[in-house]
Write a protein that binds this ligand. Structure first.
Ligand code: GLN
Length: 466
């Protein structure tokens, strides 16, 4: 699909539409939508910014590419003066005192935020059902989940309510809902985009990334958001990815895939055969394809959830109703903490806090947490070895198609296993992209650390190949 950003930019410059009309139309679509994608609308802010863009165009001033382009923000980002609820009771009235770096960069580029988007509470989930705003419904079939945790963001992009949305990906939360709703979703190399102002879930894998309807729009938004930030010590500076660089994939000679992701009973037979058919088409272009050995899916899922739960238990400990959160008074301070947290966190979030505190507790941390860290190192070493042999790793995004609304809530373990193909790349901190091609829930293209450009190159190559 062509770039929506370029298309709308031209329409604005040629005065085929006004920015105010563009923004009003999208706000109306968001307001009347029945997919539960909206936590709060940023109507006054958006229309005020649109007026300024229109004035500049009327004055004959040149506008930059992102100026006036409407976008959505997963409701785990700070945008000063607006609600940031994390789809939770605990923060349902919390207003951001500052703005996240990535969002500020988009504002500085002139993009217009329309909406804070529904998601799994604190990023905890794979279906966007763990939310106080009602389950997000899939863009194509409203009986199915929107995916998670950035479900509202993916559905908004798929339905054209936003031109792009900013999701957050800790273990797959951009890539999986992108796959479930047939759009593009990119998790950059860890640290390429500053995490400052993204509510921390698991700090060692949290990533900021775009969801769009084209590869070009991923490139444009990524370039704007990337860069070192003094407020995030894990961020690093990177070169902009040029339009011409991603058009030539000649340097990609070898593609690998994990045998055990495919040769398992846990994968939907149609996803399996579609994936293997895509592999055949890639081979037919002369690219060499290698089967790779990797950790079993349940080992990956266990390692990820052990570490993610430990990190989230620690990160969420600050939410006790004192500095943050809807406080419920008890008999004494301890009671107040306990009631505030028991009443205001969801079942899923509490499961993770309890699990995480167990993992970190004295007597267990050597046995569980350190084992998780050790596995993570082995996974990273495995990737280093693989990327000496192959340029790209291709995989399905999910083992199965999106479940019906309600099913994941009944079976959390099944929900955790739906992350089997995404969490490994998160633990490796690798750049990885979902494209809406190849299988019913898309394909995932991954490259070595800091090789984000190569991922986009291969995605462009696959556009015409499969
Ligand atoms: N589904 C995974 C989890 O619940 C990933 C979530 C995410 O990336 N935020 O941890």
């Amino acid at each position: 699909m062509e770039s929506q950003i370029h298309k709308i930019h031209q329409q604005l410059r040629n005065k085929e539409i006004t920015c105010t009309k563009l923004i009003q139309d999208r706000l109306d679509l968001l307001k009347s939508n029945t997919h539960n994608t909206v936590n709060s609308l940023l109507e006054t802010l958006a229309l005020g910014l649109a007026e300024k863009v229109d004035a500049r165009i009327e004055n004959g001033e040149d506008i930059s590419l992102l100026e006036g382009i409407p976008f959505g923000i997963k409701d785990v980002y700070m945008l000063q003066g607006t609600l940031a609820t994390a789809s939770s009771d605990l923060l349902k009235n919390y207003k951001s005192p500052y703005t996240a770096t990535a969002i500020q960069k988009l504002l500085d580029a002139g993009a217009i935020p329309l909406v804070k988007e529904n998601c799994d509470s604190f990023g905890h989930g794979s279906s966007s059902e763990n939310t106080i705003f009602g389950a997000v419904k899939n863009a194509a079939n409203t009986d199915l989940v929107g995916g998670g945790s950035s479900g509202g963001s993916a559905v908004n992009v798929a339905k054209d309510f936003t031109v792009f949305s900013i999701g957050g990906d800790t273990g797959g939360s951009i890539r999986q809902p992108a796959g479930y709703n047939n759009v593009f979703g990119f998790k950059p190399t860890y640290g390429r985009v500053s995490r400052f102002g993204l509510m921390a879930y698991a700090s060692s894998t949290d990533c900021v990334g775009p969801i769009t309807t084209s590869i070009e729009d991923i490139r444009l938004v990524l370039n704007v958001m990337s860069g070192k930030d003094v407020k995030d010590q894990t961020s690093y500076s990177s070169e902009s990815i040029s339009a011409s660089a991603v058009l030539n994939a000649d340097e990609i000679k070898t593609v690998g895939y994990f045998k055990n992701f495919i040769e398992t009973d846990a994968i939907d037979p149609e996803i399996k055969s579609d994936f293997l058919a895509s592999i055949e088409k890639i081979k037919a272009t002369g690219i060499q394809v290698k089967e790779l050995d990797f950790f079993e899916a349940d080992t990956l899922v266990s390692a990820y959830y052990t570490l993610a739960m430990a990190e989230t238990a620690s990160n969420l400990s600050r939410l006790d109703g004192t500095n943050y959160g809807q406080r419920i008074e008890g008999e004494n301070l301890k009671d107040t903490y306990s009631i505030t947290r028991s009443e205001n966190f969801s079942e899923e979030t509490k499961r993770r806090i309890v699990g995480g505190n167990q993992v970190l507790s004295q007597g267990f941390s050597d046995e569980i947490y350190l084992k998780g860290l050790n596995l993570r190192n082995q996974i990273a070493e495995n990737f280093e070895k693989d990327f000496k042999e192959v340029d790209i790793i291709l995989s399905p995004v999910t083992p199965n198609k999106p479940p019906k609304i309600g099913d994941s809530l009944k079976d959390p373990l099944a929900m955790y296993l739906s992350d089997a193909y995404t969490v490994g790349f998160s633990l490796g901190q690798l750049p990885t992209l979902t494209i809406p091609q190849g299988t019913a829930t898309g394909l995932q293209i991954t490259a070595a650390k800091n090789n984000d450009e190569l991922v986009l190159k291969f995605a462009n190559f696959l556009k015409d190949t499969i």
